[in-house]
Design a protein around this ligand. Structure first.
Ligand code: SF4
Length: 330
């Protein structure tokens, strides 16, 4: 007997191409786990990506690679709806409707908008301002009542909740469901530089689908305790990103590394080789599944198309009710 699900979760992920460890630890592993308790709707947000991606030459490949990684990581498309944002055009229509109840001052006040302006000072387009409105449309179009968020995304979901209330109030309706936030502890995964969050744009990342050799090469480039200059110097695992990774990927070795690092019983080179070995062992099942899926690209595309078909069915039901509530001519 199947256990009844606790609600419908929605989350969107940007098509950044092949996923890295930061994507996996920060989002994808949570996506996989949520499937056990919730009905899940996961969307690869290609329209959102257009706000900052000017050259779209790789967009299709990046969407495909992200889908491949999600499926290889354990997204189950027979129960979870996995699809591409632009394949459900109703989201653009709802975005326009919601924009009429979205105060401009509130949008430009959001910390995420200010961050984007700092990061892209030469491309402050309307899409950036309207990003949270489109995100709200994504959430409510699929009647999702739960959105998993880390601390930095919380203002967006709060905005979505307010927008739903404004819409329902203005049109004297209750067609839109106010989503709840499901606070998620998203670990900040540092890149191999040991300073910045892992990110492709900073080229400090380790791809999930890298070969074992590539993975070892990246791990050997990782910055360690800057005060440990010689092999004979005791190290400080608490400030070392290699140790942070051991905590995740080396359950059988982490205690030993902690002790031996502090008394200079292990050198950083050996410590990194051990991490690379454990990381490769952890990622091996993912990589095998990914290679198998990659043998049949049409199968992956079919999964996305089937997800879009299921998503469109829910979306159109919502939009019929929305158009009616707004009073658009039939
Ligand atoms: Fe970091 Fe390992 Fe070197 Fe210690 S031995 S400083 S944990 S890399």
């Amino acid at each position: 007997m199947t256990t009844p699900k606790k609600g419908r979760v929605f989350s969107g992920i940007r098509p950044t191409g092949r996923a890295h460890l930061g994507n996996y630890l920060g989002a994808i592993q949570n996506y996989v786990a949520l499937q056990d308790d919730y009905e899940c709707v996961y969307c690869i947000v290609d329209i959102h990506a257009l706000t900052t991606v000017e050259d779209t030459a790789n967009l299709r490949q990046n969407v495909y690679d992200m889908a491949l990684d999600l499926l290889a990581a354990g997204i189950r498309p027979e129960e979870t709806i996995l699809f591409v944002q632009s394949h459900v055009p109703q989201v653009m229509e709802l975005h326009t409707m919601l924009s009429m109840v979205s105060p401009l001052g509130k949008l430009t006040d959001l910390p995420t908008f200010k961050d984007m302006v700092r990061q892209h000072p030469h491309n402050v387009n309307y899409g950036l301002v309207g990003y949270p409105v489109l995100m709200t449309a994504d959430i409510v179009l699929y009647k999702s009542n739960i959105v998993p968020v880390g601390i930095d995304q919380a203002p967006h979901v709060e905005f979505a909740r307010e927008t739903v209330r404004s819409f329902n109030f203005r049109y004297n309706t209750n067609v839109l469901v106010e989503p709840e936030m499901k606070n998620t502890i998203i670990p900040k995964v540092l890149g191999i530089d040991g300073k910045e969050k892992m990110s492709k744009s900073l080229n400090n990342h380790i791809e999930l689908a890298a070969t074992p050799e590539e993975t070892q090469k990246r791990v050997m480039e990782m910055v360690t305790d800057p005060q440990r200059l010689r092999r004979s110097d005791p190290g400080r695992p608490e400030v070392c990103n290699v140790f942070s990774m051991h905590k995740i990927f080396s359950p059988d070795d982490v205690a030993m590394v902690d002790v031996e690092c502090r008394r200079a019983g292990i050198g950083c080179v050996d410590c990194k080789k051990l991490l690379a070995k454990n990381l490769n062992a952890s990622l091996s099942p993912f990589r095998a599944r990914r290679a198998e899926l990659a043998q049949n690209p049409e199968g992956v595309i079919d999964i996305l198309h089937d997800g879009a078909r299921r998503a469109r069915e829910i979306a159109e039901q919502t939009m019929v009710a929305v158009r009616d509530a707004v009073g658009l001519p039939k």
